[in-house]
Design a protein around this ligand. Sequence first.
Ligand SMILES: Nc1nc2c(c(=O)[nH]1)N[C@H]1C(S)=C(S)[C@@H](COP(=O)(O)O)O[C@H]1N2
Ligand SMILES: [Mo]
Length: 407
Amino acid sequence: MNRRNFISSSVLSSLTLAIGSTVVYGKMIPEGYTPLAMQEPNPFKLFNISEEMTVLNDRPWNIESKAHLLNDKVTPNKYMFIRNNGIIPENIEVDSWKLIVDGESAMSSKEYTLEDLKQNFKHYTYQLTLECGGNGRSEFNPPAKGNQWGVGAVYCSNWTGIRLKDLLEDVGVKSDAVYVAYYAADLHLSRNPEKEPISRGMPMSKALEDETLIAFQLNGEDIPIAHGYPLRLVAGGWPASVSGKWLNRIRLRDVVHDGAKMTGQSYRVPKRPVAPGEKVDDKDMVIIESMPVKSLITFPKSGAILNKKRSLNIEGHAWAGDLEVSKMEYSIDFGSNWTPCTLTKPVNRLAWQHFEAQVDFPENGYYEIWARATDSNGKSQPMVIPGWNPKGYLNNACHRIAIKVEV
Ligand SMILES: Nc1nc2c(c(=O)[nH]1)N[C@H]1C(S)=C(S)[C@@H](COP(=O)(O)O)O[C@H]1N2
Ligand SMILES: [Mo]
């Protein structure tokens, strides 16, 4: 007689399938015990994303993409980075979901169901570039605390929804309105319901732009849970932290919003250049608005080896916050000489643009290809790291890939 019960053979065979190899002493697993390999939630399955994505943190979930995964003109869901400040809402009830619009600068306070929003306002679709303010943080020295993003916290996908300005018009905005703030359904990491994980927003001028949406679809389908289902604010060209996920309240403010992660040093940079490692007073920090000009070589993958010909077609994207990219160049001699790439126009305002170039190499050996974008104000990406700042935001240094030519 056994003193303990073992798992049944059918449970064992499903375990073997899930783990992907034979569980050698599987028959000895006590009933009710979950093998370690099964205990961790698998983020790739959980969020239905590519296994090539990199998990930076699981509490909260922060997952980044890679340059070569972002080669599509319109980023598919499976390659979109995921950035959370708190706990993703666990029970989302769409039928009773409400968006409240109120605040000291609202003419009235109104409540909308998802159906109200979808039925009573015109729908628009835009392809919008969203980049985390901390994208590229891992390169700063001394290092800044926070997720150590490489280059993969950016995407440009299609969002469908209604214009924020149409909704604000329906509510009525007082002339003293300064800021549009968002509140959302995610939970603070402490699980204290009194605390907000994040509540940011944007000035009226950005809120009233045609492309600022309250979205209910991403790439033609319901927004995935991780990206803000069922409702999300989307403000292209600004730090993605402005684009509130799981949106349930919009508050019209007569002052610059002071919600969680709006004040102190969050999503702010020094007003003046500072020395690396310098402590900067809160009063010397300004809120990040339009993101700086930047680009990414998405083909080939860094490390490619050429063994047929000394020539290569590179591809990538470039974006410039609220502006357009007007010039794109590459260099194979560490930034001494620059050659123009062909560059497309954006499909709509605030969408990234695509570049291509045929790169010829004079002889065999190791090369780096550097890419540099210039915005419509004539500002170019810095070749190496830009100004250090305490929280490691806005690293828009030239992206570079390594190539070996062995013909
Ligand atoms: N409600 C809510 N909205 C949020 C966040 C969050 O934690 N909670 N994170 C913000 C930040 S910092 C970024 S970079 C983007 C990331 O969007 P994604 O996860 O859909 O890529 O969402 C923003 N909106
Ligand atoms: Mo972010």
